[in-house]
Design a protein around this ligand. Structure first.
Ligand code: HEM
Length: 242
């Protein structure tokens, strides 16, 4: 209900408001937001979300977390931030991976072969089937490496420069769809280098204590989407002139 009704308005408003306010000092942000029309939209969406969420949350969790309305208001705020973050970024990553495959059709046969083999072994789709799609996962991670959701996605202040290390990612400017798959073939590396693996050389989900808890869900969602396309469709990039 919240996702469909508010998604675009919230996404645009939050993005604009949060980026625009970045340039002002913290103490002035609440004052300045009064003069930004996008901030009014955020406040109106927030009130609407609170009307929906507070009622449901009180009803469902009366005894514990939401005994006080204050908690529910915070819950509404968190849900509004989470909705575009979870849904929008995941669909962007899936779309980008799909574009990359259209642009590089040479990967499609190998991915289909892997998919059919794994489905045969597992006699259909199981949750664990998705983790066996190593080539697909590798393409997803490479797609995200070269086309992250936003250049400003990393929200922490680095204490040392973040650089591209050619020793870790040779030919870093090139799309090498199976580079992560190949790294996983080395002894002891089989469970590393995955789309959802966080490490010093993959910061797209943050790192450490506050890294994205939804990354495994995102990885599975994207795998299922791409698997469906690979199994049921032929696709190609059609360039339209003009
Ligand atoms: C490809 C998709 C996604 C990307 C690239 C992504 C990326 C991120 C990043 C960079 C952060 C900030 C980490 C930090 O604070 O340093 C984050 C936080 C978070 N993400 Fe995701 N995310 C994705 C999908 C999802 C999904 C599907 C969900 C929920 C189902 C989700 C839930 C969250 C939550 C709750 C946080 C806040 C965690 C905290 O502050 O402790 N994300 N995500």
């Amino acid at each position: 209900m919240l996702t469909t009704g508010f998604k675009k308005r919230i996404r645009d408003s939050l993005r604009f408001k949060s980026f625009m306010l970045l340039i002002f000092p913290d103490w002035s942000k609440s004052l300045i937001s009064w003069f930004i029309s996008y901030a009014w939209k955020v406040s109106s969406a927030l009130r609407q979300a609170q009307r929906i969420i507070v009622a449901i949350a009180i009803e469902r969790r009366e005894a514990e977390l939401c005994a006080e309305e204050g908690h529910c208001i915070k819950l509404a705020q968190r849900l509004l931030i989470l909705t575009p973050a979870a849904v929008h970024i995941t669909s962007m990553a899936a779309t980008q991976a799909f574009f990359d495959l259209c642009h590089r059709p040479e990967y499609i046969a190998a991915l289909r072969e892997e998919l059919l083999q794994v489905l045969h072994e597992d006699e259909g789709f199981k949750k664990t089937t998705l983790t066996k799609l190593r080539k697909l996962d590798s393409v997803m991670r490479e797609s995200q490496r070269l086309s992250p959701p936003s250049l400003l996605g990393f929200k922490r202040t680095p204490v040392y420069p973040i650089v591209v290390d050619e020793a870790v990612t040779p030919d870093s400017g090139c799309f090498e769809g199976f580079r992560n798959y190949q790294k996983r073939l080395f002894p002891g590396e089989a469970n590393k280098h995955q789309f959802a693996t966080i490490s010093n050389d993959n910061l797209h989900f943050g790192h450490g204590k506050y890294s994205c808890p939804g990354r495994f869900f995102a990885a599975n969602t994207i795998r299922v989407l791409l698997a469906k396309f690979l199994l049921d469709y032929e696709f190609d990039l059609i360039l339209i002139a003009g």
